[in-house]
Structure formats: C-alpha cells, structure tokens
Design a protein around this ligand. Structure first.
Ligand SMILES: [Zn+2]
Length: 359
C-alpha cells in the first residue's frame, strides 16, 4: 500500500503499477492463457487465477480516478478476449457472460464488500484497522462505504460476519444493475439481446457452459457472431442470400426464404449435444453467406443496394439499380429502377462491405 494513499497522486501511481502488473502477468503466463492449441476452459481457469488476481491488489482501499479505472477495465476485457482469441471488436459483455467470467467492476465491488463486511469486522491489526479510522475522512473508501447499499440486502447485525453465499447473493443483486447498464451500451442484435436477457444468467442462474461444451473454434464463432465481432448480424448490411432485408438474427436464422438451415439460439444454450448441433448449423450458414467478390461481373445486371442514410428503417433502405457501365476508376454508372435517377457508385467496394446483392 502506498504512503500517500488518500492523495490522488498515490492512487494514480498505484493504478499505473497495477496496469503494468496486469500486462506483465499476461505476458509471462501466455503459455497458460493464450496458446491457440490449448483447451479454452483450461485457459479461462488460468486467466481467473493468474491474471485476474493481479488487478485487485489492495482494491478495497485504493480508489483511482475514473479515467484510470476505465483503462484498467479495458485492459482486463482486452486480455479476456485475447484468451478467447476472438476479434477485438466483439462485445465484452457477451464474452464475459458466455465464458462464465465476471466483469472487472464485479471483482472490484466484491473485494470491497468482503473487506467492509468481513475483514473489518474481525479483530485483526494492520491495514484493516487504519482503514477504519478513515470512515469519517474524505477517502474514496469512506465515500464508497457511505454510499453502497449492500446493507439493505445483507441485513446483518452490527458485528455479524456474513457467510460467503450471503455476500454472493448481494453481489447478484448488484450485478443485475451493472449488467443492465452494460447491456444498454452493448451493440447487439435485438433478438439475441432479448433471448439472453430472458435467461437471467446474472442473478444466480448459471450461464450455459459453452466454454466446456464447444471446441475453441466453435466458441469463437458463437462469441464473434452474437457479440458483433463479425458482420453476420450487422443491421446496416444487406442479406447476401436474398437482398430483401438487413442482416439480423430473425432474418438470417429464421425468416430468410433463401436459406435452408434455421438456427435456434435457445437450443444452443440448453446442453452440450444441442449446442453442438446448433453451432454446426450456424457455421454452415455463415460459410454459405461468405461472399466472394473478386471477379464478379456486374455490368448489365440488376443489383440491390443498401442505403446507409436510412438504414435504420428495415427494408425501406434497399434500392434496385441497373448497372450500365464501368468507369476505369472503379465507378459504375447505375440507374435507379424506381426513380430513373442516374448515379455513379463504387460498387466493388460496396459489394465487399456486403451492401450489394446481385439479382
Ligand atoms: Zn435473406
């Protein structure tokens, strides 16, 4: 613990030390947490014991400024994604939930809660006792301690030390609020979000053990698909099979008339056998939707193109165009079938982005 702990400069210094410790630990333990060939369930266990512990040294009493907590959280999330070997744009909330992990903020609150309701209630000397003297001071701990409302849930007598299960129950209540805040910020397909929310994994219901049921590559596929790490569920891109709608779970996996496989997300969460089946269907579907745009001849054809401007209005934003001529700089001369308006569009780029469907 740092001498000038109650001072902000002390907290910043501590935050920087912790950040470096987290980085170093991940680097040194790469063999246990990052190798592609190693079973992901084992890597996640190693991550929880070797890496997570580095971030919460003395977290009970040091309160870094928000900007530093944000940096620590983002490094923690990044390392979790490195362990899962998913694309870095994949939603952290999805990775944490489906890999059976806990949020950075969860750990932080958990250690503080344990400290206040357990350690401080035991007759031991040391840092615990100093911290008691800060109760009426202006330290971060004193502020946190006076604001937290775990007492309402724990309902303890003044010197009672709660069982660990009681602490976990209080944490589940706290996590519900945390997740609803995280959820509102997560860019995720509406249907997928609803299904996951309805499962209540964070209030004590265990999330499905996809990380034990699936192979590393299968898990990666699920996380990247549900967590927007690939463009399979990108609402601003046109469906490559029918060109009639934007890409959503409801369209791609249930309603699209040009697909032959349907994927049931709820079955995927039920048990190992069902998860394997649904994930293999999902893989088939995604493989089928991969577009090869290298040498497609577009001139003389009718295409449908997604208009980004009004992409929020599903279906409304798709225009049919006739492609009459190619210019040397990659531009194509197109005529809008509905309005007759002429326009020049960089079609090859749009094709690559998934915004064009060839009729
Ligand atoms: Zn479709």
């Amino acid at each position: 613990m740092h001498d000038n702990l109650p001072a902000e400069s002390g907290w910043i210094m501590q935050a920087e030390n912790i950040m470096n410790r987290g980085k170093m630990a991940y680097h040194k333990c790469a063999y246990f947490v990052n190798r592609a060939a190693v079973d992901v369930a084992w890597k996640l266990r190693n991550f929880a014991t070797m890496i997570v512990s580095q971030y919460f040294y003395c977290i009970e009493v040091w309160f870094a400024p928000k900007a530093y907590v944000d940096k620590l959280r983002s490094q923690y999330n990044k390392q979790l994604k490195m362990t899962l070997r998913v694309n870095r744009v994949t939603s952290s909330a999805i990775c944490i939930l489906l890999a059976g992990c806990k949020e950075y903020d969860w750990w932080q609150e958990y250690y503080r809660l344990k400290f206040k309701y357990d350690m401080l209630r035991r007759p031991v000397d040391g840092p615990q006792k100093w911290a008691q003297g800060w109760k009426n001071s202006i330290t971060g701990y004193a502020r946190w301690s006076s604001q937290e409302s775990h007492d309402d849930i724990l309902q303890l007598a003044s010197a009672e030390i709660p069982e660990d299960e009681v602490i976990h129950e209080a944490m589940n209540v706290w996590r519900t609020a945390l997740l609803s805040k995280m959820w509102s910020k997560t860019r995720i397909d509406g249907y997928v979000g609803q299904v996951i929310e309805s499962m209540n994994w964070w209030i004590g219901v265990e999330s499905p053990k996809l990380y034990e049921w699936l192979s590393n590559t299968e898990l990666k596929l699920v996380l990247e698909t549900l967590g927007n790490g690939n463009n399979f569920l990108d609402g601003s891109i046109i469906c490559v099979k029918c060109g009639g709608s934007s890409r959503s779970w409801t369209h791609n996996c249930i309603e699209c008339e040009s697909i032959s496989v349907k994927v049931d997300i709820e079955r995927m969460f039920e048990n190992k056998a069902k998860a394997k089946i649904e994930v293999s269907k999902l893989k088939e579907l995604i493989d089928d939707m991969r577009i090869d745009v290298r040498q497609k001849e577009i001139t003389g054809r009718t295409v449908r193109i997604m208009h980004k401007d009004d992409a929020s209005v599903e279906g409304q934003s798709i225009k049919r165009l006739y492609v009459s001529k190619k210019y040397s700089n990659g531009l194509y001369r197109c005529t809008c079938m509905e309005t007759g308006i002429l326009m020049n569009i960089r079609l090859q780029d749009e094709l690559f982005k998934g915004n064009v469907y060839l009729e």
